[in-house]
Design a protein around this ligand. Structure first.
Ligand SMILES: *Cc1c(COP(=O)(O)O)cnc(C)c1O
Length: 395
């Protein structure tokens, strides 16, 4: 087995080569090691393996796998962390990152505007004796007030779902580190391409690889990026015993996804900016929310933190739910669904789907209005998407 390193090279080169493990056959493409277990040459070797595995030694697919290790090494190199652990889904990653490090009596501060299942995981932590305080993520005073000496961790989406609020990662990380807290960032909307999370102070970065890393809406996967000590001594024991392991086949899909991710995500973000600009003054819309537009409340922060407005746009349709539904039903290219980061453009009506379980008060608080649409911009021609949207809004 030989392992390719592209350390120190540019992200696109790393995304194609880093971490490739070639067997004695010298296969060009990354192999799928679709095996649950591994054979030992002797009883002594089995004993030694269970005492601790080296980088290229495996025991059981729930603990680790060569194909998955390639994916972990590659995303860690791209993200700039020492190590990474791949999981069965983005939620297995969020659950693994938080539950593995928290104990009853710990205190966690989280931004309120979170993916619904992330809120569920935090509620579960609270059920097991972790105190969770919620803040408005864009209000640094609220973070300051909620943090206290001994706070175990902070958790937030660097760009929130669905209203695309950008959280000041560096300022929150500085405050969190001052009280000794670990900074955990769900970085899905920022994407690994526009992530500078480690540079800005994140300690742990979690991704739903289901989104931009796959890029084709094919498979569920997740990944936790962090220090070697945290990944191997905190996360790995938790995940290997609780069963959140990724399938080697899905790791292989994600490795292929990483190869083209930079090209795809940059093209999608370019289209998102073009589309946001084209729709900005549309009479059928009361607001176009895109961090890449100068009128976005955190536009300067988004540019400093990500260098891009990203691949997601939110629109407020004038005329509320009826007008929003009518527009959705007239779309011909953009599909109604709830994934994101796909090559196919996808539109979501959060109030009646992803966020429907929230109370009316909670929706109002998070700005999930009846007319709000969230759009994940795909790889189609931007002009065709503009025509689709303006045609749908014209009625
Ligand atoms: C999709 C998503 C998740 C969960 O990922 P799965 O792969 O669906 O489990 C978590 N956080 C954010 C921000 C997401 O968009």
């Amino acid at each position: 087995m030989s392992v390719t390193s592209a350390k120190g090279l540019h992200p696109r080169t790393q995304a194609v080569h880093h971490g490739t493990r070639r067997s004695q056959y010298g296969e060009m493409a990354e192999a799928i090691f679709l095996t649950q277990g591994f054979v030992y040459d002797s009883a002594e070797q089995a004993e030694a393996r269970f005492q601790g595995t080296g980088d290229d030694e495996f025991i059981y697919a729930r603990y680790g796998n060569p194909t998955s290790r390639m994916f972990e090494d590659r995303i860690a190199a791209l993200e700039g962390t020492e190590d990474a652990f791949a999981t069965a889904s983005g939620m297995a990653a969020v659950n693994g990152a938080m539950f593995s490090m928290c104990a009853p009596g710990d205190h966690v501060v989280a931004a309120r505007a979170l993916f619904g299942s992330c809120l569920y995981v935090l509620d579960l932590l609270a059920k097991f004796g972790v105190e969770v305080s919620y803040v408005d993520g864009t209000d640094l005073d609220q973070w300051r007030a909620a943090l206290r000496p001994g706070t175990r961790a902070v958790f937030f989406e660097s760009v929130s779902n669905p209203r695309l609020e950008v959280i000041d990662l560096k300022s929150v990380a500085d405050m969190a580190h001052a009280v000794g807290a670990t900074v955990v960032v769900d970085n899905v909307f920022a994407t690994p391409v526009f992530s500078r999370a480690v540079d800005q102070g994140a300690d742990v970065i979690v991704y739903s690889a289901t989104k931009h890393i796959d890029g084709g809406g094919r498979a569920l996967a997740g990944v936790i990026c962090g220090t070697r000590d945290y990944i191997r001594n905190t996360v790995e024991p938790y995940l290997k015993h609780t069963g959140g392991a990724i399938s080697p086949f899905h790791s292989w899909i994600m490795l292929n996804g990483l190869t083209t991710m930079d090209l795809r995500v940059r093209a999608q973000a370019d289209s998102a900016l073009t589309i946001a600009r084209a729709l900005q003054d549309h009479p059928g819309l009361s607001r176009v929310i895109y961090p890449g537009l100068p009128d976005h409340p955190q536009h300067d922060l988004a540019m400093a933190q990500m260098g891009s407005g990203g691949t997601m746009i939110a629109l407020e349709v004038a005329g509320g739910k009826d007008a929003a539904f009518a527009a959705l039903d007239r779309l011909r290219i953009i599909r109604i669904s709830n994934n994101l980061g796909d090559a196919k453009s996808i539109v979501t009506h959060p109030a009646t789907t992803t966020h429907q379980r929230l109370s009316d008060e909670a929706k109002a608080h998070l700005g999930i209005t009846p007319g709000l649409l969230r759009i994940s911009i795909g790889l189609e021609d931007a002009q065709d998407l503009i025509d689709d949207l303006t045609g749908a809004l014209a009625g």
